[in-house]
Design a protein around this ligand. Sequence first.
Ligand code: HEC
Length: 449
Amino acid sequence: MRATARSFFLSLLAITALVVAGPAVADASALQQPQDTRLAVANQPAAAADAAPTFYADVLPILQQNCQTCHREAGTNMGGMIAPWPLVTYEDAAPRARRMASAVQVGRMPPWSAAAWHKGTFENERVLEEEEKATLLAWAEEGAPAGNPADAPPTPAFLMAEMNSDLEWTLGEPDLILSFDQEYCLDDDLRDIYVDIPLHLSAEQLPQDRWIKSVEYRNGPAVHHIVGGVGGLVPGAAPRVYEDGYGRLLRAGPRDINFNMHYNKTPGPGTAVCSNVKVGITFKEPGDVIRHVTGGNGLFIRPIAIPAGASSYSASREYVFEEDVEILSFMPHMHLRGKAAQYEITYPDGRHETLLHVPNYAFNWQHTYRFAEPPFVPEGSTLRFTLWWDNSENNPNNPDPTADVRWGRPTHAEMSQGYMNFRTMNERHIVVGENPPIADAGDGDGLDR
Ligand code: HEC
């Protein structure tokens, strides 16, 4: 990873953003002062000097590519986080021009927490170019002009598909839909709660192990995010599809799959709500061949004991790869005191590399970091996974800096895992429908045992 001038500039920006905004969950309203925007525009004369950017010609393309997957009616459900309003039409965007400008300037939007030098590494990264930020800033500064509708780029396919269909499942009707046996109900005065809910998979639902082709989630109201989700049912914003030749085994019922649910709502009279999830699964067809098995590990670090007031407590663990793999994704998970996360690898020849650095972990966003080009990791490599927590009073999210903190499910306790997905490189030849050679199917994802 070269330390280019650009990445240096980006990290400076990130540091500035931190000083100005505090952690990513800081109250947005604190950043609405117009001076913020004016100052930044003054630093970007190139964009402002030309004719003022207009909505249709300059701003809309940026929104389409970087914002509208979430900011639209029924936008992408970020594991429960739903964007507050659409940014699709001029009428949607114009009144919010300043908020948008300040949100992108400090890096609060689009939400993403990987270190700036990872730019280009993750296929699902959400990163704006400096020019794009400058355009949004200049547009806000100029009073959000509409421009000529004829300049508008075509409506993106995902919006068209949505407008032309009311299909519940984007990947078609699932073979199996799983839900909790009972809805989970939240009282009027409840704001925020974590609960473990077992999702019961019966023998009737899944009499034998089957190979997963795709997994898609539908969350009920007030679901903030799902963290557990196991046996290949890893939650995430986008539906997960296992391409031809790749597969993941879902073990037969009866068994309980543990889901760690985080519910969140605004308390008040009449806000009580009951909620469930739906997990829609399609399976590989008989005769399909699995050559590469997808598996993983939760990378739990336990026990942990974070002393009261510690501003940078860290804990780590190692994982040794027993066969050649390609790493597909990482997803670090902590609670309110979470500060930073890092995945480093030491190859058998002694080479050392950082695969993911999250310098400012944001509890509100449960990002999965999916590699655009999955790194090859030979047998015998050692992964070192490290987490940091800030249990001091300087962490504005800290519910109690005077408490010693241990591992636990409730928000006031901490979690310490680093869900990892990989696919094995040693080619298998598993024919779906013939007796699945379980012993040869990898060790599942290691999450539910
Ligand atoms: C992955 C989904 C996602 C993407 C992509 C996204 N947003 Fe958001 N946005 C959200 C959610 C969810 C919220 C509500 C945040 C909260 O409650 O903390 C939000 C809130 C906001 C807010 C109000 C809060 C604030 O921080 O000021 C603004 C402004 C905003 N988004 C602008 C944008 C812009 C501009 C883009 C594109 C450059 C964008 N967003 C991309 C999901 C997204």
